[in-house]
Design a binder for this molecule. Structure first.
Ligand code: MG
Length: 188
């Protein structure tokens, strides 16, 4: 049950996901994107410039994207129009129906699709229920979140905590011991 909530990878924000390394080289040609606090900040209701650039770059690389939102207002349609990508709203995530509609809308299959969102109990669980991978991002803002989201998020934080305990002080790697494991900075 808990594995349903554990993301396949975590990122600071959508634009931290490498289109080459985290999508293309992993076989993901389709991305289902959550909207609130993943693409649009709850603080100012805008899409940050770096995320607009990331979406445009992904599209230019041939990645197909679809917004999938539980939002019941008009916002998902306005944001989809701004970003020029399809949208499925009123999705009732984590229930499978919205994910299936979004997947079909962009001609995706579960194996070539990754869901990107900021909430384990809706975005990650919904993806995993249909056998899709899920990338969890930090919420763009914790301002203006409804009370129920804050409560759910604190439960999710506990359930999705990494299972390895931190290395004890004094045994942490130094620059010398890390030298042969340091990976070259990704070229993006
Ligand atoms: Mg969200």
């Amino acid at each position: 049950m808990i594995d349903l909530l554990v993301p396949d990878a975590r990122f600071d924000r959508v634009s931290s996901i490498s289109i080459k390394f985290d999508l293309q080289l992993r076989g993901f040609t389709h991305v289902i994107l959550d909207m609130d606090n993943t693409v649009v900040s709850r603080a100012d209701h805008l899409v940050p410039q770096d995320i607009i650039r990331w979406i445009n770059k992904a599209k230019a690389e041939g990645i197909k994207l679809c917004l999938l939102s539980n939002n019941w207002h008009h916002a998902p349609f306005e944001i989809a129009k701004q970003l020029q990508i399809p949208v499925v709203a009123k999705a009732l995530k984590p229930l499978p129906h919205g994910f299936i509609v979004a997947r079909d809308r962009i001609g995706a299959r579960s194996g070539d699709t990754v869901v990107v969102g900021d909430q384990a109990s809706t975005d990650v669980a919904g993806a995993h229920l249909l056998g899709m991978k899920a990338y969890l991002v930090e919420p763009l803002s914790r301002i203006n979140e409804p009370a129920h989201t804050r409560i759910v998020r604190s439960i999710e934080d506990v359930l999705t905590r990494p299972r390895l305990s931190p290395v004890p002080k004094g045994q942490q790697p130094t620059q010398e011991t890390m030298q042969d494991t340091i990976v070259e900075k990704r070229p993006e």
